[in-house]
Design a binder for this molecule. Structure first.
Ligand code: FES
Length: 153
């Protein structure tokens, strides 16, 4: 991060100064501001919240929604929790894998990144998915790939 970004981020996080319970909020604010949480931002959060870098890193790595690289233009999250498995999410993940989207490693394919998640609260309409936060019910590989490519354009 440039010094300008560090200064801007520090100013944005000023509301959390000295609050060691605000690490999660500070990380969320960082990701909203930059789009991801660069490694050097962990130091800024630690300093502002007056906690160790290790504590910040622990929170950062606990939540899979935090990213340390710039995100893809389109992020697809496929639910692989029990109810969705009963409705075919395992087969969906396999089909997506066969189409070149690795849901397990969340490896980017062009401007699309697919990743697994656990329960989106849409269990009755599984397999459930999200495309950039928009819920998709009864997801199929065809439906997800078409919508993802549309969003990623
Ligand atoms: S188990 Fe998939 S949305 Fe709940």
């Amino acid at each position: 991060m440039t010094q300008f970004v560090v200064d801007d981020l520090t100013a944005q996080l000023e509301q959390f100064r000295g609050n060691n319970y605000a690490v999660l909020q500070a990380l969320q604010t960082t990701q909203e501001m930059i789009g991801f949480v660069p490694d050097s931002a962990l130091d800024v959060v630690a300093k502002v919240c007056n906690v160790s870098r290790a504590e910040v890193y622990g929170v950062f790595t606990f939540y899979s929604d935090f990213k340390n690289t710039a995100p893809a233009k389109c992020i697809v999250k496929v639910c692989v929790a029990e109810a969705c498995q009963a409705n075919g999410s395992r087969e969906l993940v396999d089909e997506l894998h066969n189409q070149g989207f690795d849901v397990h490693t969340a490896k980017q394919n062009g401007n699309v990144q697919m990743e697994q998640t656990f329960c989106l609260g849409n269990c009755a309409l599984g397999p459930a998915a999200l495309i950039n936060g928009q819920p998709i019910a009864r997801a199929t590989a065809k439906k997800l790939i078409e919508k993802a490519n549309e969003v990623a354009r």
